[in-house]
Write a protein that binds this ligand. Structure first.
Ligand SMILES: [Zn+2]
Length: 114
């Protein structure tokens, strides 16, 4: 459960997480710098072919109270014919931080630079 965030004296952002079933004394501050990279660029529809199976991407994990980009690996890609709205492909990804898996569209993905 995401509770709040703070910025440390060194300018790094941390989020406070509480695990279901534990009390406040179990709260844990997690440094998100490792999970969220500063430089990332959303994929253009025409760049969908650059997303590779096994490749590292950033994926927007949408939660009720917070959406955060996390490192994720592409497990499978279901290529679809692009239409007037652009990419319709489906990307089956697994987040590195919690090993959860999700099928997402290209707009939820970002390219990792550097
Ligand atoms: Zn596509």
């Amino acid at each position: 459960m995401f509770l709040s965030h703070r910025v440390t004296s060194s300018g790094e952002t941390e989020v406070c997480v509480r695990f279901v079933g534990f009390g406040a004394e179990e709260d844990e501050w997690v440094n998100v710098k490792k999970a969220v990279r500063g430089r990332s660029i959303p994929f253009e529809h025409s760049e969908c072919c650059k997303v590779m199976v096994g490749g590292l991407v950033l994926c927007l994990q949408e939660r009720r109270d917070q959406s955060i980009y996390y490192d994720a690996h592409v497990l499978e890609i279901e290529r679809k014919t692009h239409d007037i709205r652009g990419c319709r492909c489906l990307f089956f990804i697994r987040y590195d931080h919690d090993s959860s898996e999700e099928t997402v569209r290209l707009r939820r993905l970002c390219r990792v630079l550097g």
